[in-house]
Design a protein around this ligand. Sequence first.
Ligand SMILES: [Zn+2]
Length: 471
Amino acid sequence: MPGKKAEKTRANWLSVLEKHKHDADAPGSEEYWSPRLDCASRDELTAIQNEKLAALTPFLYENSGFYQRRFDRLGLAPTDIQSLDDLPKWPVVDKSEMMADVQENPPFGTYTTHDDDLWAKRGWMMFSSSGSTGVPRPFRYSQIDREYWSWANARAIHSFGIRPHDSMFICAGYGPHVFAWGVQYALAKMGVACIPGGGMNSDMRAMIVERFKPTVITSTPSYALHLGRVMEEKGMDPAKSSVKTLFIGGEPAAGIGNTRQRLEDLWGARLVEFYGCTEVAPHSGGYSCPASEAGPGPVTTHLMEDFQIWELVDDETKEPVPEGTRGLTVCTSLNSESSAQLRFLVGDYTTYTYEPCDCGRTHVRAVGAFAGRADDLINLRGIKMYPVQLEQAVRAVAGVGDEYEIVLNTNADGLDIMTARIEHAEQSAGDLVANEIRSRCEIRADVEVLALGTLPKTEFKAKRIRDERGD
Ligand SMILES: [Zn+2]
């Protein structure tokens, strides 16, 4: 059972969140779900963030063993971190720290503010990171989280222009992954109809699109590509289907021009994007707006600042970088009963702008959206590149199939080499792809050209990099 002090800090935390809850149940206007919050001035947003932050640190200290130990180890008191200016005192939290915590305190770890008592009183759902890169990290959420979460997602989905006359087909497995569930609950709040697409293969999903005519498809970009191709194989034309919007999450897509174009052409639809992660932003952290693609510049993605504090830090020093400088995303989660987090390193590269957006929303924007996690960085003979750069390069060549694979291995001379395995009808495409890779990544790659349809089809998250290098 939590102590009196822990109960008091929780009650205070929840009362601060309640105070800044506006337009929670219905949209405040046609354009903005919450005009008051979505279009708040910078001063108002800062005041909200500071007030929540001051309530957050004692709440974390009293309700999370992980945070209490970390404060003590750093020689900091919760009162040392009360405002945005104080944040740099707290070194960013890395997911490896959470993994170590789970290993020491199985099965849930102590990095959340959700314990067995809360789970019994008002538990809602447990989600988990995939565990593909280590120990799975579970996150239990409460009924209060469900309420805040669906509200935040409704604000973001409203920003996409999705309204009750739409209907959404959610192509996801409905496992313990946050994305589909968060969307599902938001739609219920918005009064938007949906078709849950769990437990179906792609043939069945293609038939659903054809027969029941949803206007929105929700999936990863890899899956939207896959489903479109399955429809084509069945003699259907996705571009002539009822689908007008591709609502993408789970992998970057909006900021990868060639991938976005390929998807938009295939479906004859526009692409909008959700950005978040299981740890701090199970609801939408980032979301497209009507002005996301306006103008000749790169796409931009808003970040919901009354719900979270979004910083960018240098990839080496982990110190904050100035506006307009590229850095890694760091998120302080300000609106969760169960997973409030202080400066979690989400770790995607982007650049921020605080310039006003044509849509009227005032929240900070990630310019060029997101380009992949820092963990995914490829280092080949000292040359560093991201999978998205390779994706851009491969897809810059006309006629290249949807599937491709990048293999890293060590040749007989002990030299690390890269081979791109692509699909194309013409062998000569190999040189074009090699040139694109050389000009974008400054590295020479061998290119193997395979007949179209040779590589296995990707369904959900694409794993396109195969690293077989020796030590
Ligand atoms: Zn905007």
